[in-house]
Design a binder for this molecule. Structure first.
Ligand code: NAG
Ligand code: NAG
Ligand code: NAG
Ligand code: NAG
Ligand code: NAG
Length: 806
């Protein structure tokens, strides 16, 4: 399949896949099916919608009990251009649901083919519909598209709080997109990649404007037969005129590659996400699991001021403080967890422990704050009946809503209310806002879930208020539909993808991050410690093995490579500065990779939870692999490379812990600075499928080490012409971060780069020079430098000359 992949540019990894996905509609029966190049994958079942209290079904005959017949009204060929998918051709069919007294509910189903890569299926209600609800909180009231389940495929989906993955179909309004995948059929003759993966992403398409109306359904059609039947939630009582749901099927090769391409199409050309200090810089956090989450000292304001000063004095300067104390109230036990009665910046702060107002504390620490407000306690004064704002209330008797008694703003007032509310935080130095329990926040509120648009109005009100104020938002405990809705919201930058650090397992981010990354969000792994903090147990967080010292590095490395926040929360005196400095520049800017770290493709062909091999990449591209919790030494195979390997390059690899230090002028292989060299011909021709790179050896002395200690392996490719390798800054976890290098250029005979950093910062770069002494081997070249006052400097490796840039 590789011949079909074309690397368009270094920053836009779009491949032309040999796909031939199309929807075929039978001209007589109007049944539909989805074909790939080789086979029919999905077979559509009868179109059906629940209107006026009954199912209206294609092909039903008049008089059939409890069914409205669906009559064909018209059909026409359609064609056009979509801004991100290109041109399409297809067919639109108009139907009428014939109710009693010959009342009709018109529908339009359209089937659009996008030249082999994608199929889009829309269902529109030109006049809207009433009586669309029935008593199944998970079900869809639409059976279009609805397909019998493809037998040769495995399924991957995402569902529920923290957007967790499932190796199966998700269900209900907490469900999400589905990937159908299988090892490639190696039937095509030019295919030497028998072990690549064919993938089809099935998802709400970006034209589904009310993503919160989506349900993944019950995986049954209206007759109760097994089916993939996502659609519009049957909790919704009526649909407005013009209501349209839209689904896409997107085909590609490789799970990561296909997710990326589908996600790029979904993001179309919306405003780019706002710049976010909680993403660019390391920060200090006080949320659940943090050493100072439940600070009970007499002057916790002072403790935080001292802690932040201490970190700075030790070369780990914080870029922000995430101050959860500002939002807490006494609600726990009587109302929903962490609900806000009166916000901390609005007089709600507990002065017994936080004597300084947030604004005074923020001025003392001199960095922005992130403030937290999940929802409001039932007794909050913000939604007084005679006040400025109206509230809506949760219903704790709804499924999954026990213990969640709270209020939110009425959707039509969301934007004004959140603007008014956030302005209180901005006066106290807020640059980022966190909302939590997003799952319950939506799914427990009847006024949101029974409406086709209220949930989206509420969310976009909050996001628009933030955007107008240049405030960024993290949504915590969110579900896939929150993420889908956020594509249009440039202020919503990040989503939590793990359970709390407090409870353990917050390293399990590789599959949840895949969806967040594909859709343009930044995954958040939650707070972390850089040491065991003297085996501290904070309230509610009993000691877990992944709070041991060896796991600290895993948490830090994954948080950094997630591209989300790196929010440390050690008690004062417990930070491992050496380790923290491997993640940052001297000014606290995070040295992140180019993509969120995610589980490699091979993961999905194995038992869930049986292998943790995650990957990301730096400039070059250069690849980074992190493994943990594995009995055996893991290996990286050709299909675990994303972006794909470039033909013609050689590769070298190195292990962060077990490779030796690299010294100037020595031989990289002999000195064990690099662990191995793979020369291109053996890699890309003939034996290609056997090519494997081992992760770091589990050495005898490491036998007793914690399974949570990460193994980190780097793979670099060389310049095609000059054969130089640029290894970058090897003392950092991400040696080739875009926050360190503005540019890396392969010249005809060498290599040059522009290095960025904090003035006065010392940086040491490593490269490998080819063919020294006319031999077929390499020599290590080390260039130490100091960042000048302009913040950048150019380095030419052939001559080892550095040039200041103005
Ligand atoms: C509609 O498109 C189909 C397939 O491309 C074609 O066979 C048919 O003639 C078209 N019908 C009309 C009315 O143009
Ligand atoms: C559709 O794909 C074919 C084959 O790749 C290409 O030649 C053609 O230009 C494409 N058409 C459009 C409208 O993009
Ligand atoms: C928005 O905030 C960012 C920092 O978070 C800042 O760099 C940027 O200049 C601000 N933009 C505007 C328009 O104020
Ligand atoms: C708490 O600490 C701050 C900062 O050191 C100080 O300004 C303030 O007076 C202290 N307040 C009390 C009540 O001790
Ligand atoms: C800090 O972390 C590094 C890397 O994990 C480790 O080698 C070192 O022992 C730690 N330092 C302390 C004081 O624990």
């Amino acid at each position: 399949m590789r011949t079909c992949h074309v690397l368009l540019s270094i920053f836009l990894y779009v491949s032309h896949v040999c796909s031939a996905l199309k929807v075929i509609v039978d001209p007589d029966s109007h049944s539909y099916r989805i074909d790939t190049k080789h086979e029919t994958v999905l077979v559509g079942s009868n179109i059906a919608v629940f209107v006026a209290g009954r199912w209206c079904v294609q092909g039903a005959t008049e008089g059939e009990e409890n069914i409205w017949p669906m009559e064909l009204h018209n059909s026409q060929n359609i064609s056009g251009v979509d801004p991100s998918l290109g041109s399409f051709a297809g067919i639109a069919i108009e139907w009428n649901c014939v109710l009693k007294d010959n009342d009709v509910v018109p529908l339009v189903t359209s089937f659009r083919n996008f030249n082999g890569t994608a199929v889009v299926l829309d269902l529109k209600f030109p006049n809207g519909a009433t009586g669309t609800s029935f008593d199944d909180p998970k079900a869809s009231m639409t059976n279009f598209p609805t397909f019998s389940l493809p037998t040769k495929y495995s399924y991957l989906s995402w569902h529920g709080s923290f957007i967790q993955s499932t190796r199966g179909l998700s269900e209900g309004p907490q469900g999400g997109p589905t990937v159908f995948f299988k090892p490639s059929s190696s039937s095509s003759s030019d295919d030497d990649d028998g072990d690549s993966i064919d993938a089809i992403v099935g998802s709400p398409w970006i034209d589904f404007r009310t993503m919160k109306a989506f349900t993944a359904g019950t995986n049954k059609d209206y007759k109760g037969q097994s089916a993939w039947a996502p659609g519009t939630s049957a909790r919704i009582h009526e649909l407005p005129a013009g209501y349209t749901q839209s689904f896409i099927l997107y085909e590609g090769t490789g799970i990561t590659a296909t997710m990326y391409e589908w996600g790029q199409a979904m993001q179309r050309s919306f405003e780019p996400k706002l710049e976010d200090a909680t993403l660019t810089n390391i920060g200090y956090q006080t949320d659940n699991g943090a050493a100072y989450c439940f600070c009970k000292e007499a002057n916790c304001s002072e403790t935080l001021i001292h802690e932040i000063a201490d970190l700075k004095a030790n070369g780990v300067p914080m870029g922000y403080l995430s101050f959860q104390g500002a939002g807490t109230s006494s609600g726990r036990g009587q109302a929903a967890p962490w609900c806000v009665e009166t916000w901390g910046v609005d007089g709600g702060l507990n002065a017994d422990h936080y004597p300084l107002p947030v604004k005074d504390m923020q001025e003392a620490i001199d960095i922005p704050v992130q403030l937290y407000c999940p929802y409001f306690c039932p007794t909050t004064k913000y939604f007084d009946d005679d006040g400025q704002w109206s509230g809506v209330a949760s219903d704790p008797t709804l499924p999954g809503c026990k213990d969640y008694e709270f209020r939110d703003v009425a959707p039509q007032q969301s934007k004004e209310f959140y603007g008014w509310f956030m302005d209180k935080g901005i006066k106290a130095g807020m640059k980022s806002f966190e909302t939590d329990f997003m799952n319950q926040n939506y799914n427990c509120v009847p006024a949101f879930i029974e409406s086709a648009s209220a949930g989206d109005t509420w969310l976009s009100g909050m996001a628009d208020a933030a955007w107008e104020r240049n405030i960024t938002i993290q949504w915590c405990y969110a579900t896939p539909t929150d993420l889908l809705a956020s594509i249009r919201m440039p202020a919503v930058t990040q989503f939590r993808v793990s359970f709390d650090f407090c409870y353990g397992r917050s390293w399990d981010i590789g599959e949840s991050s895949l969806l967040v990354w594909a859709l343009g969000g930044k995954p958040s792994k939650d707070t972390l410690w850089t040491s065991d903090n003297g085996k501290l147990e904070t309230p509610g967080c009993s000691w877990t093995v992944d709070h041991e010292a060896p796991a600290a590095e895993l948490h830090l490395v994954l948080a950094l490579m997630s591209t989300g926040p790196v929010g440390i929360s050690d008690a004062i005196g417990h930070t491992n500065f050496t380790m923290a400095q491997r993640a940052i520049r001297s000014d606290g800017v995070l040295l992140k990779p180019m993509k969120a770290i995610t589980a490699v493709d091979d993961t999905f062909l194995k038992e869930p939870g049986s292998n943790y091999l995650y990957s990301t990449f730096g400039l070059g591209p250069s690849w980074i692999y992190v493994s943990f919790l594995s009995e055996d030494r893991m290996t990286i195979s050709k299909h675990d490379f994303w972006p794909a390997l470039e033909p013609g390059s050689d590769l070298v690899y190195r292990h962060f812990h077990s490779s030796s230090a690299c010294t100037h002028n020595s031989d990289p292989l002999e000195s064990a600075c690099i662990a191995g060299l793979v020369v291109s011909p053996t890699l890309l021709v003939g034996e290609s499928t056997n090519f494997q790179i081992p992760m770091g050896p589990k050495q005898p002395q490491q036998k007793d080490r914690s399974p949570y200690a990460p193994d980190i392996t780097y793979v670099w490719q060389n310049c095609i012409d000059s054969k130089w390798f640029f290894l970058g800054e090897l003392s950092k976890y991400v040696p080739l971060s875009p926050s360190r290098f503005q540019k890396v250029t392969c010249t005809a005979t060498g290599l040059s780069t522009i290095v960025i950093g904090a003035p006065g910062e010392r940086v040491q770069l490593t490269a490998l020079e080819p063919n020294y002494n006319g031999k077929d081997d390499y020599k290590i070249v080390i260039v130490p430098l100091v960042i000048p006052s302009e913040g950048k400097i150019q380095v030419d490796f052939e001559t080892a000359v550095t040039t200041e840039i103005y």
